[in-house]
Design a protein around this ligand. Sequence first.
Ligand SMILES: [Zn+2]
Length: 669
Amino acid sequence: MLPDVATISHCARLFPRTIEEVSKLATSAINEAKASIGKILDVTDENWISVVRARDSAISAFTATRDVLGIVKETAILKDVRSAASRNYVDMEGFFNANIRYNRDLEGKIRNFIEKNPGEYKDSSERAYYAKETLKEFRHLGLSAADAQFKKIQDMNADIQVVATKYDDAISADVKKIPFTLDELTGVPSDILNGLSKDPTDESSVLVGLDYPTYFAVQRACQVSSTREKLATAFENRAYPQNIPVLKNLLSHRKLFAAELGFKSYAAWDFFRNMAGDTSTVSNFLSLSVQPLQKKWRSELDSLLTSDDGAIKRTTNGKIKQSDIQFMMHRYKTKHLSVDENIIREYFPVDYTIPKIFEVLGSFFDVQFLRADYADFWADDVFAMTIICKRTESLLGHIICDLYPREGKYGHACCASIIPSEQSSDGSSHSPALAVVLANFPKKTSTSPGLLLHSDVETLFHEIGHALHAIYGRCEMTTVAAYNVKMDFIEVPSQFIEEWAWEKDILQKISCHYKTQAVLPEELINAKLKARYFFAGFSNLRQVLLGMYSLCVHQDDIEAQTDLDDKMRNLWESLFPEIEPIPNSHFSCSFGHLSGYGASYYSYHYSKAFAMDVLDYVQANGGLYDPQVGSRYKHALLGKGGSIDPTTIMRDFLGREPNLNAYWQRLGV
Ligand SMILES: [Zn+2]
């Protein structure tokens, strides 16, 4: 049984406050999991409930506690408590891998049951899918191998983790800075220049770092082409040459690992449990994207060239340098698409906009979001939104919102499903669920009104999109409830809800100038909308390029360092024939997503396309305030969690095959 989250105080009590409470919670979860697994292994009266569902419940109870500690390690006020939660979290992960995920006895018991008792699940589509996916998971993890081979696979996996960490570490460790004189940095805004340190070896120069904010600020604004080129060359050579052997090692380890598991390539292994399923689906999706995006990019390029006053020099073969693109686009935007984000944010004070965001969602979801500022959360400014179904008045769950920065707190935005909804043993009802949203928005204080940037508004919609998936995903099997779906589908609901931040009507509903109380003026909204996709051809085509790169290096043979560089250069030349890539670039050394995402870089772009299809359907069938189409979204899409194949979910929701038309239309392709 999962912890009860019937009330806000139940929710608050889940999160331990002291080191002792943290370790007590972890120990009891481990002991409970040991007992549950022992019971499953010993059970003689075997049926779906006593074997398969018992394992599912044991896993979800254990991961719920682990995920509670995942929040504590990122949010607790006291550093010692955060550290204790972090240590216990790692221990729990270790326990999970050794005793649950890679437990061969448990796997044998489950496999045997599934193979010998099809009558226990074949009449239920959810159970049949669960059984099929469980066997796929076992194959993916190598659990079906013989003992010696299994040991080898585990060792290989451990080696891959070590090499991947080495690759990431080399990128983080490369903090080199490039000296430039102030003349060479002409055009760079003073707030960036003021943040640069002096070069200790040459007092006429300052040092420019290669961190993202500094690098992109200089690339966009610096008027000196040679500076941009020099800086871009340094940026594209981060962790070079040290990461060349590391990356080759990583790719060859992954290739051998996949082969040992019986897959043709690491990419094939990586996609096996994804919605896309195989390399040809991903490859086709990426290839299909090229032509429309190239068409859009060419029209963007025409705009850039038309407005160019001769400041951009071409290469000898008439191409534009890669290092000039950011500058050209920024200059065009400043001249023709100017949007002052600091003016826009004046219309989004936190204490007006945040409640309004929940209010506009309430109509579509047909729920009431009731705010509770419960004094016993881990910090004073943490609150919860309780979600009540308007029709049945039943409690669906809670979203705990920790939205403002604090010392030692997690520095980005995210959503975590903590307690998924659990089906009662007779299948007649579901328990309420709990999700947590973390963010770092500007807080209202006595001296500041707490104004959200439009990108903050978009982020909040996005994370609430995940949270509502966590609340509504209700299945018989709890490990596939909430947003426990395939990794290339997980961003569909969040990216669909994120789109609400780009709807004129909604922007007006959630805006209120902090001094004048005026709604966001139409001309500012129009300017923002016009600028949004203006260079979407370039940015999306670059995403496709990176998706193709991460696929091909995990699919093809990489013999030499030049293979890694040649592949990147060839992709640039075929996708962007008008652009001269940075010479002597070794971007593969610092393409950080290669370690974490493997071959699956395509997934963001992929789920965005599905999210646009969902949005298009909703707009055409009642719109964003219509509870009827909202009900269809809740039940046919969110409500399924990971209990059926996402392609089927999309088909059932749309009433047709999903396609890319809505995506192209939005991008203006
Ligand atoms: Zn997301």
